[in-house]
Write a protein that binds this ligand. Structure first.
Ligand code: ZN
Length: 479
């Protein structure tokens, strides 16, 4: 290579070097540092109350040159997201490098698009009568933003349903429907035509007077009435007929009637005016003999309602009958708790006494007096309805039960002979026919009899012993 050639190479190299240098300088000028984030500025929406997840924002700095190295930068944040408040939240992210700061904004919109929740309270046993009004079982409404909005619930009754609607303060709506459960549980009511107890004389005809039935929902259901139960017109007894009526829901109402088949009763005879039946309960006892002698003295016949409380005096029952008095049954034991515990118990006690009377007098008694009278309420303590059942049973079996219309008071507050005389004579004076209650186990009461007889006989009264044709005094049965 000659000198000229060498110089040319040097010049060209210099020019090339110059051009490259100039190019580098030019590129450097246009490639200051820039900052890039991993996301752009955006707007997001989040539901009220939800948890906001912080975005992972990163930033790098680099020159514009494509081969420039990326430098990871620290990102600082400004602002917060409050998901407990409806509205816009702005989050600003900053990164700085070599005097260059860059920023992006993430806008977070907290909104409420969640409707309220309506809860219905349902009682599994609840139902509505087909003719009744639905009784609200309860409801509540809760909104994620507004809280308890039960007060805002609108309740709309429909055909067999109730609609409950609620709206929150952002217009989110909810509604639920309740189906009303209709049920008829009330049975028809049966009304018996005629009396609930019908006495029928043995061997005669009985025609059922029937019954009507009415239901609260279905109305007249008389056509569904059926009658159950048998009776034997030829056998004395207390027979129960059961009437049943059914409504469309299958509820059955019942009513009962008693057919009292009884022996032919002796018709009572009006004994006329100024008639007194003296009766003595609870004996015989140690004062009975004295009483029998006194009655003989005045030739007056009375009625004894006897017991077996004092068996030592049992032979006086025979004496009572022998002297022309009527022997009737009061009770064997005089034990209320036993005799009023059941019809069977009462009849067993009565039969025991009847056997004694038969043995003493040769005749079964047919007249009976209940301890405490037929109107007593103490029996309800031992058996509900026992007096009604006993009265029916006695009648069916040919017995006559008799209470009293004049009380001497000797079983209660009265303890003096004078007072017994006063009570009995004033009582007799108030009745055409008197049935007087005394007890021959009380000496002061037995001691009153002579004055009562003297007063009665001198005032035109007739003293009679009871018989089956005596008009029986019946107090009102209360049990
Ligand atoms: Zn008594």
């Amino acid at each position: 290579m000659n000198k000229k050639q060498k110089r040319t190479i040097i010049v060209l190299s210099s020019v090339l070097l110059f051009v490259v240098c100039m190019l580098i300088i030019a590129l450097s000028r246009g490639s200051k540092y820039v900052i890039d984030f991993n996301t752009k500025s955006v707007t997001r929406t989040i539901e009220y109350g939800d948890t906001f997840l912080e975005p992972n924002i990163t930033a790098v700095a680099h020159r514009r040159l494509f081969f420039s190295k990326k430098i990871k930068l620290k990102v600082t944040k400004e602002g917060n997201v409050d998901t407990g408040t409806i509205g816009k939240n702005k989050l600003k992210y900053y990164a700085t490098y070599k005097g260059v700061t860059s920023c992006i904004t993430i806008t977070v919109n907290v909104t409420d698009t969640t409707p309220p929740v309506i809860n219905l309270v349902s009682n599994p046993d609840s139902f509505t009568s087909p003719i009744g009004e639905y009784v609200e079982e309860g409801y509540s409404a809760v909104d994620n933003h507004d809280g308890d909005i039960t007060a805002n619930v609108v309740r709309t009754p429909g055909d067999g349903i109730i609609t409950y609607s609620a709206e929150d303060s952002f217009g989110n709506k909810a509604s639920v429907v309740r189906k009303i459960v209709y049920k008829d549980v009330v049975p028809p009511t049966i009304t018996l035509t005629g009396d609930t107890t019908i006495p029928v004389e043995i061997g005669s005809e009985f025609t059922d007077p029937g019954a009507t039935a009415n239901d609260d929902v279905d109305g007249d259901v008389t056509k569904t009435v059926t009658i159950d139960g048998d009776y034997d017109i030829n056998t004395p007894g207390v027979y129960t007929l059961t009437y049943s009526a059914k409504d469309k829901s299958g509820n059955v109402g019942t009513a009962q009637r008693i057919v009292l088949v009884h022996k032919k009763q002796v018709a009572s005879v009006n004994p006329g005016d100024h008639v007194v039946y003296l009766t003595f309960d609870d004996g015989p006892y140690k004062y009975t003999q004295q009483l029998l002698d006194l009655l003989d003295k005045y030739n007056v016949k009375v009625t004894f309602f006897v017991t077996n409380q004092y068996p030592d005096y049992q032979n006086l029952i025979a004496e009572e009958a022998k002297r022309g008095h009527t022997v009737a049954v009061h009770t064997y034991s005089h034990n209320y708790a036993y005799i009023y515990s059941s019809v069977d118990a009462y009849m067993a006690d009565l039969n025991q006494m009847s056997d004694i009377v038969l043995a003493q007098t040769g005749k079964r008694p047919s007249i009976v007096r209940f301890p405490g009278g037929s109107s007593n309420t103490v029996s309800a303590k031992y058996c509900s309805g026992i007096m009604t059942a006993l009265a029916n049973t006695l009648t069916a079996n040919g017995y006559y039960y008799c209470d009293w219309n004049v009380s001497s008071g000797d079983a209660g507050g009265t303890i003096s002979t004078e007072q017994v005389v006063a009570n009995v004579t004033s009582g007799i004076a108030g009745h055409d026919v008197s049935i007087v209650l005394q007890h021959d186990i009380k000496d002061f009461s037995v001691n009153a009899v002579e004055q009562i007889l003297q007063w009665g006989l001198t005032n035109g009264y007739t003293f009679l012993p009871m018989s089956e044709s005596t008009p029986m005094e019946h107090q009102h049965i209360n049990n």
